[in-house]
Each structure stands twice: as structure tokens, then as C-alpha cells.
Design a protein around this ligand. Sequence first.
Ligand SMILES: [Zn+2]
Length: 125
Amino acid sequence: MHEFSTAVGIVNAVKRAASTHNATRVTAIRLQIGHLSMLNHDQLIFGIEIASKGTILEGAEISIDTLAIKAVCKKCGTAIVIEEHKSIYDILATLVCPKCDSKDVEIIQGRECVIKDIKAVVGSD
Ligand SMILES: [Zn+2]
């Protein structure tokens, strides 16, 4: 399961960040996930909950922002934002520049899986 290995990676990264800041408990985690990453958000949250059991992340509130797919035409420089409701396969199969019809289009956003914010308790309280 792609989501679970990603979840374990996120939990480990948050644990590292928390220990760097002497946090005793992590209360909230905000993620940014690109639409093209093909991660199922519910499964990802579930995976993080399982992977954080018994750690300082246990019980943290997890929220996910979806990043739209953005691309740029390498021929004419037109910026392209792709509607999220389309299936990823349709998007990739029909990705052409709306201005010059070039297929030389580079995806510049949408594959992300990043930890945007961490809320943590530092110290003993
Ligand atoms: Zn173009």
C-alpha cells in the first residue's frame, strides 16, 4: 500500500522535527498533497494514525490540503491549471497547451507530498 509507506515516512519526519524542537507532544499536522500524487487521503490519514500509535504523535489532528495540478507549456510559456475533478489518466492523456496545442508541457505542481505545519507542545505542560 503506497499510502502506508508514505504515512510511515511522514510520521518519522514529524518525529525528527519534534525532537529537534524538544516537543513532548504533537497536536496537529498539516499536509499538502498534490492531486497527481495519487494518494488516497483517508487511507493516508488512517496510515498516519496507525504509524503514530505509542509515539508523541498519537492523537494529533491531521489535515490535508490538496494542491491542484499546474503545468507550463515549454513552447509558449502558457500556465495551465488542471481541473481537479478529472481523472489523472484523462489529464495525462490529454495534456496539451490550450494556446498553441503543443504537447511539450511540463508539470510544475501536483506531485507534492509535504508536511506544511506541525503544532506541538514544548516542555512539560
Ligand atoms: Zn503553448
